[in-house]
Design a protein around this ligand. Structure first.
Ligand code: GTP
Ligand code: MG
Length: 477
């Protein structure tokens, strides 16, 4: 290899190296800048650095955009924020001249088109003055107020009358006056926005005084139950109760319908039914969907269970006998569609009646059931007691009253039984009992006392058994 060629190689190598160095240094610098932001693996920190860098960019934008003449090349977006910031700390300015400018709150700028420098705020004032001169008030308004308000104003002004010719005045909307009913404890409110003349006002006042009765709910809450009812509710743990309360009272909450058991029983099994009649096996005897198919009246008493659909008639039969599943029940109203007769041993017959009123059935079918029930209740000679079941939550309904009137006329003995007591508060159970007792106290065929039960918790079931067992023992034919 000659000397020239060797020198040539060396030169080439140097040149390569120098170019490589310049590249790598620029890369390094870019790398180092990226490393500064990305090196931190903590996502929180990285986000922080991002935000802070953004802040820096926003706040110190003036620093980078200042040219040698200490002027800004174009209007920075965040100039107002920057000026405020700079009012507080003048250290970010290169010269004291700038700090003084910042303190006055005026930044000079060169427009991109190369116009003269104009203070930004003064510019906006000038624009406004120009608009005022031209009489363009609406546009001036839009400069004064924020964008969304200006838009709204624009809409209001654009609203035109039917023919579209003249502009309507932007009248404020009439607000409704709302007044609270002093007796209503619910959240319902009465509108009172009608402006009346004096005479009509007086008449309305009188009408209001008459009509402002207490709402049904308020009336119900105002009922004060008698002491005997209250103590009965407490003794039998009627109403919605906490499991803990039942446990404390000594009931075995592992059992279905735990309150239909002797409290403080050490046995894990359910204690046997006190009334021997109800210990007998319940057996289906007959069903009838027309009066002609009623079985002949037996010489044992019949106890029927009547009430609206879904009130819990069939469930009560099962609970009384503790033979769940003998009588079919459903959460769909209208399951029992025929009069079903069940023999409970040789001494008593239980009768499950189809429900009336509310049921998922055609009107004519429901009417047929009702007629069947009415006929059975008013004509059956062996019928010694009708247990009229009333849902504790809903109380008595007009159809219940209808059946009561019929039984009053036909001298059929009936007893009111409040069902599903476990779904309402104990106080409401007592109130419902009091309400019904008050309503029916003048009736002749009603048998006291009013019973309260829950087939689910078993509350009051024992007491009802005792009351019905007496019929089996003492019924006369
Ligand atoms: N929480 C609660 N639910 C009950 C009680 N008694 C019955 N139910 C429920 O009420 C629903 C209706 O019960 P049923 O015994 O079929 O009512 P019914 O009066 O025979 O209804 P119909 O045969 O349609 O007239 C069922 O879902 C029962 O589980 C009770 O004491 N408490
Ligand atoms: Mg039923």
């Amino acid at each position: 290899m000659s000397v020239d060629t060797a020198l040539g190689h060396k030169l080439k190598k140097r040149l390569k190296l120098s170019s490589l160095n310049s590249n790598s240094s620029s890369k390094r610098s870019s790398k180092s800048s990226t490393r500064r932001s990305d090196g931190d693996t903590n996502p929180r920190n990285s986000s922080k650095t991002k935000v802070s860098s953004m802040k820096k960019k926003r706040v110190y934008a003036t620093k980078t955009e200042l040219n040698e003449d200490n002027h800004v090349n174009e209007i920075p977006r965040t100039i107002w924020a920057a000026s405020k910031r700079n009012q507080r700390s003048t250290s970010s300015f290169k010269t004291t001249k700038d700090a003084a400018k910042a303190a006055t709150g005026v930044f000079k700028t060169k427009s991109p088109r190369g116009d003269d420098e104009k203070p930004i705020r003064k510019q906006s004032y000038r624009k406004r003055d120009e608009l005022d001169k031209n009489g363009d008030v609406s546009r001036r308004k839009s400069l004064d107020v924020p964008l969304y308000k200006a838009k709204r104003q624009g809409f209001a002004e654009k609203r035109v009358s039917g023919d579209g010719s003249d502009i309507q005045e932007d009248q404020p909307r009439k607000r409704k006056r709302i007044r609270l009913d002093p007796y209503d404890t619910s959240n319902k409110r009465i509108d009172d926005d009608v402006v009346l003349d004096e005479g009509r006002k007086e008449k309305k006042k009188n009408d209001d005084e008459k009509s402002v009765g207490m709402s049904q709910n308020a009336q119900f809450r105002a009922i004060q139950p008698s002491q005997s009812i209250l103590s009965y509710v407490e003794e039998n743990l009627l109403g919605r109760r906490r499991l803990n309360e039942l446990k404390k009272a000594g009931y075995n909450t592992e059992l279905p319908a735990p309150l239909d058991n002797i409290p403080q029983s050490t046995s894990t099994e359910r204690e046997r039914i006190e009334e021997s009649v109800f210990r007998n096996k319940m057996e289906f005897f007959a069903a009838a969907n027309v009066s002609s198919s009623f079985p002949p009246p037996p010489d044992i008493p019949e106890i029927a269970f009547a009430g609206r659909s879904n009130v819990g008639k069939s469930s009560l039969l099962n609970a009384l006998t503790r033979q769940w599943g003998v009588v079919r029940t459903s959460d769909k109203p209208g399951l029992t569609q025929t009069i079903n007769f069940f023999n409970l041993g040789p001494k008593v017959r239980l009768v499950d009646l189809p429900g009336y009123g509310f049921a998922f059935a055609k009107d004519e079918v429901k009417e047929a059931w009702e007629d069947l029930v009415k006929e059975y209740v008013s004509t059956r000679s062996s019928l010694k007691r009708v247990c009229l079941l009333v849902d504790t939550k809903w109380g008595m309904k007009p159809r219940d009253q209808e059946l009561i009137n019929l039984m009053e006329r036909s001298n059929t003995k009936y007893q009111i039984v409040l069902t599903k007591t476990d779904v309402v508060f104990p106080m409401d159970v007592a109130r419902r009992a009091m309400q019904i007792e008050e309503k029916l106290k003048a009736n002749r065929s009603i048998v006291q006392p009013l019973m309260m039960v829950s087939s689910k918790s078993g509350a009051g079931i024992g007491s009802l058994r005792t009351a019905l067992a007496k019929i089996a023992k003492f019924a006369k034919f």
